[in-house]
Design a protein around this ligand. Structure first.
Ligand code: FES
Ligand code: FES
Length: 148
């Protein structure tokens, strides 16, 4: 199956009905994408397909053919969202964090707190109580806006 993965061409052999989540973690060795519920409820497995956040636990690998897939590894560890989640302690156990960051990545740079709450509504966190996550995303927005 050919697709673009984190900006590079990929040609990966796996069963077409294997979950994209598992292909990323097992065949592609990209273990940043996490499994929480495994049934589309928690958002921990969020990646972008053609720029749209999806739950990779619900996506058969066949649907990735010809698409552009972006995972948490594709953002790089110097992205403002990565830095701000660390600075604001937006992660505790960290299982939800890659999915939170990928969902936040597609928000507009001028997103308000309400926009962020809505944008992350499909991503569950059992640890932080969400305030630190929202602070981290707001801080990253500020960094991004300042750089424009
Ligand atoms: S692991 Fe995919 S939505 Fe929870
Ligand atoms: S930091 Fe543990 S689930 Fe969010």
């Amino acid at each position: 199956m050919r697709f673009t993965l984190n900006g590079a061409p990929a040609d990966v052999q796996a069963h077409p009905m294997k979950r994209l989540l598992d292909v990323l973690r097992e065949e592609c060795a990209l273990t940043g994408t996490k499994e929480g519920c495994g049934e589309g409820e928690c958002g921990a497995c969020t990646v972008l397909i053609n720029g749209v956040p999806v739950c990779s636990c619900l996506v058969p690998f066949a649907q990735a053919e010809g698409t552009t897939v972006l995972t948490i590894e594709g953002l790089g560890d110097t992205h403002p969202l990565q830095r701000c989640f660390m600075d604001e302690v937006g992660a505790q156990c960290g299982i939800c964090t890659p999915g939170m960051i990928m969902a936040a990545y597609v928000l507009q740079p001028d997103a308000s707190l309400d926009d962020i709450r809505i944008g992350l509504a499909g991503n569950l966190c059992r640890c932080t109580g969400y305030s630190a996550i929202y602070r981290a995303v707001l801080a990253a927005r500020a960094v991004t806006l300042a750089a424009q």
